[in-house]
Ligand binder design. Structure first.
Ligand code: AMP
Ligand code: MG
Length: 393
């Protein structure tokens, strides 16, 4: 039997099939979580004018002890119209324009106000408490790069750069379909042999966190016609279809034949990975199909390893989530011919240790996991102290 592809080989096969979604203009306040499809350049200096960093008095540079006449006020949004000359001070608020002729600002705490005059408690050097035009951004500088995911700070910076709207990738429209006669809704009383459908909501949550718009969740019973009908409908509406279970080769696994009937081309079947070997990836007209294993940890791990980078790539972001390295705290057993994703927590000394039992049905050992440590296949345990690659969870 030919060797199964490794995690990275499988990813490369998948990513080669990704066609990024066409970007659209989105009003900046609505762009949170989207990926920029253009560079954002500052249209003007930010701030656009020299202004005060303090509430106080704008003055010409000079010595302490001077008594100056209060000649007017510069408020935020309402600058002083005149020009200040020696012997004058202008009452000024934080963010208000520095009046023409003024060099600096002395905060209210460092002056003594005496009727319509003010006595300076300290000398004022040029530039004291002044925020110069362009301190934050210079006109023409690139503030944000295409491929950046827009967080709260990026929203603010885009608006500062003068933008009303930005070109951004739409959220991939994603459907989750679970399969299996044993599944019942969360909270339902369990009859013999039944389990709660945890994968459906969990995969939807992972998808939302990866920037997708989850347009629907469906369920198919273990029947060929029912499976084909549910998958066919999901494929019409979605850019991405994420399936859990039913993908193996048992008598009650109907996903692969249904997808073949629906014209979905197989990209990959099975990966040299634990947990998550029985992973099926396919594509139809730019729509991606993830046939993930039903075991909850396998579904979770294969979503992170495959669906997450593909969703990033669809949105025009870097596919890979940055990986780090850390030494193992303890010996970890190895699989002879599959690379293993071990749920680990980080210890105070920077090493990582398994969170608990690593069975693909033990979802509870994802709790408190900081990362998946990729333990390469091999004979015997991987020794404590060996550095491993960490994939963030
Ligand atoms: P399958 O891939 O359909 O053979 O399922 C493998 C294992 O995963 C079985 O123990 C299933 O009961 C379990 N499983 C399948 N789907 C789900 C789900 N949506 N939530 C929780 N466990 C599931
Ligand atoms: Mg099943």
């Amino acid at each position: 039997m030919p060797a199964l592809p490794s995690i990275d080989e499988a990813r490369a096969i998948l990513l080669a099939a990704v066609c990024p979604l066409t970007p659209t203009n989105v009003n900046v306040p609505d762009a949170l979580g989207l990926v920029l499809a253009e560079d954002v350049v500052a249209a003007q200096d930010v701030p656009g004018f020299a202004n005060s960093a303090m509430d106080g008095f704008a003055v010409c540079a000079g010595q302490a002890g001077q008594r100056l006449r209060i000649a007017g006020e510069s408020r935020a949004g309402e600058p002083y119209a005149g020009t200040i000359v020696d012997g004058e001070a202008i009452r000024i608020s934080t963010g208000a324009a520095l009046p023409a002729g003024a060099d600096g600002v002395l905060p209210i705490e460092l002056v003594e106000v005496d009727g319509d005059a003010v006595v300076l408690g300290e000398a004022v050097a040029p530039g004291r408490n002044v925020r110069e035009a362009g301190d934050d951004l210079r006109a023409g500088t690139t503030v944000l790069r295409a491929g950046t995911r827009i967080g709260p700070a990026e929203l603010g910076a885009a608006i500062g750069a003068g933008r009303m709207a930005v070109l951004a990738a739409p959220r991939p429209r994603l459907a989750v379909v679970t399969t299996g006669d044993e599944l019942v809704e969360p909270g339902a009383r369990l009859s013999a042999g039944q389990i709660h459908d945890s994968n459906g909501p969990t995969l939807a949550a992972l998808a939302a966190r990866a920037g997708a718009e989850v347009i629907g969740r469906g369920h198919a019973i273990d029947d060929p016609e029912a499976t084909r009908a549910v998958l066919g409908e999901a494929l019409q509406a979605a850019d991405v279809l994420v399936l859990s279970g039913g993908v193996s080769v048992g008598p009650h696994d109907h996903v692969k034949p249904a997808l073949a009937d629906l014209g979905v081309r197989e990209l990959l079947w099975r990966v040299a990975l634990r947990p998550g070997k029985p992973t099926w990836l396919g594509e139809r007209d730019g729509k991606l199909v993830f046939g993930l294993p039903g075991n909850p940890v396998s579904a979770y791990v294969t979503f992170l390893l495959f669906a997450r980078p593909a969703l990033n790539a669809l949105q025009g972001a870097d596919a890979a989530v940055p990986r780090t390295l850390a030494p193992l705290a303890v010996d970890v057993p190895r699989h002879p011919d599959r690379d293993e994703c071990v749920r680990v927590r980080r210890r105070a000394d920077g090493t990582v240790e398994p969170t608990g039992p690593q069975g693909s049905h033990v979802l509870s050992s994802l709790l408190g996991a900081d990362a998946l440590a990729i333990v390469p296949r091999g004979e015997g345990p991987l020794a404590a102290g060996t550095e491993v690659v960490l994939e963030p969870v």
